[in-house]
Design a protein around this ligand. Structure first.
Ligand code: URA
Length: 432
């Protein structure tokens, strides 16, 4: 048996740990045999000293082994693809990519998470759909993917329990934003859930964990290396999170926008990301198509209505009402008006995410209830021309007071200038 204090000390002093002792530490922690305070000290040592590639893999592998694993591909009899985002503001990509990929004949079974802090979670967005059930058993997940090609569910308690414990600990010990710990956290869940190929959307900017392109590239490389060691194909797209993705931020508002995008009526940046990520997933699947053909098929599924049909089939299968009119609406809508003529030089993602959170769209603690109807719709985004008095954004609120606070915060997130800013594409880089 390892002595945790000695392992912590050696990491603190910059030593490289043996894979077995790292695995033993994490597995003993998951079993409740090592206390939180020792793992907290260990995470802080890792924060300052980092982990080598071999250590990061040993950590990931131990986390996978801490619980059950699902061989989704073998149970469905197909090569299974998955996607994951490192988290951002207005990121409803999974809600559109899932149906689009399924409409193109590729099975998509995904476990998603909830939002915490200023970033939203796919499960919370799905629960804004009346009747939608996110808690399926593994057997129900497999059966639904087999029958209708698509299921998006909450992570079962048995999948990577070490990550659940460790993530909660990191969240309160200022050790979330460490590359190896993020990479191990994300990849352990993807590997345990059985994906053969994974598209990782690494967000870059003020609304993301990774603030610069260099940091995002380092994280992307670490996750690709973990995928290589585990025998999985990993493609990383590095995408802009300096402004919210699309226009809508807030649960029901984002479901509406995802559905509009599947109809071909979505905002340009979000539509482009959905098509790009879907094309990567189709090209990694067992369809045997290249990226160009994959993109053509994804565009076709939007144009011919099959993507919307897949969305409706999927939502009904999980007990939900796919009619956008059934989504909850906030009682109050307040407009944020442009104080001058000009161009939107900047629309900061973080304050928009926080404004939505304070309106009630997110949680301040894990137990907080969510108001699915509230949020922010940014009608003008970076580069858009605006005239004095025109609507920049809409606040969807439950009362006057929260609406007023959000309106002030949203207005402060906009920077207007005489000249348009340099163009910045949604996909900043791709590591394939
Ligand atoms: N998302 C995760 O699942 N884990 C992290 O550590 C960070 C983002």
């Amino acid at each position: 048996m390892i002595r945790p204090a000695e392992v912590i000390q050696r990491k603190r002093d910059g030593a490289e740990l043996a894979p077995d002792e790292l695995a033993e530490l994490v597995l003993a922690y998951a079993r409740g045999e090592v206390p939180d305070y020792q793992l907290a000290a260990f995470c802080m040592a890792v924060y300052f000293r980092g982990l080598s590639d071999a250590e990061t893999f040993a950590l990931t592998d131990a986390m996978v082994r801490s619980g059950e694993t699902i061989d989704l591909g073998a149970r469905i009899g197909r090569r299974v693809v998955d996607k994951h985002s490192t988290g951002g503001v207005g990121d409803k990509t999974t809600l559109a990519v899932g149906p689009l990929v399924a409409a193109c004949g590729v099975p998509f079974g995904k476990m998603s998470g909830r939002g915490l802090g200023h970033t939203g979670g796919t499960l919370d967005k799905l629960e804004s759909i009346p009747g939608f059930r996110v808690e399926l058993t593994t057997d129900e997940l497999v059966a639904q993917v087999r029958e209708i090609g698509l299921a998006i569910v909450g992570q079962t308690a048995d999948l990577v329990p070490a990550d659940k414990k460790l993530y909660a600990l990191r969240d309160v010990t200022a050790t979330v934003d460490q590359v190896s710990l993020i990479a191990a956290s994300i990849m352990s869940k993807k590997i345990a859930a059985g994906a053969d190929a994974i598209v990782l959307d690494v967000k870059v900017g003020d609304g993301a964990f990774m603030k610069t392109l260099d940091e995002a590239r380092t994280l992307a490389e670490a996750m690709r290396e973990l995928g290589r060691r585990a025998g999985r194909d990993v493609v990383c797209v590095l995408t802009d999170m300096d402004q919210p993705l699309g226009r809508a931020v807030g649960n029901a508002l984002e479901v509406r926008e995802a559905l509009a995008t599947l109809r071909g009526e979505g905002p340009a940046d979000f539509s482009e990301l959905v098509l790009d990520a879907s094309a990567h997933l189709l090209a990694l699947s067992d369809l045997g198509v290249d990226r160009v053909e994959a993109r053509r098929r994804a565009e076709q599924a939007v144009a011919d209505g099959s993507a919307v049909a897949a969305f409706e089939r999927w939502v009904r299968a999980q007990g939900g009402d796919p009619d956008p009119e059934a989504l909850p609406k906030a009682p109050l809508i307040r407009e944020v008006l442009a104080p001058r003529d000009g161009y939107v030089a900047r629309l900061a993602a973080l304050p928009i995410g926080l404004a939505a959170l304070h309106l009630g769209a997110g949680r301040r603690t894990k137990e907080d209830p969510i108001d699915h109807s509230v949020g922010v719709v940014c009608h003008r985004k970076r580069g858009d021309a605006v005239e004095h008095g025109e609507t920049l954004a809409e606040i969807h609120a439950r009362d006057e007071e929260t609406a007023r606070e959000a309106a002030d915060a949203v207005l402060a997130a906009y920077e207007l200038a005489d000249e348009p800013p340099a163009a910045r594409p949604i996909v900043l880089d791709t590591l394939a």
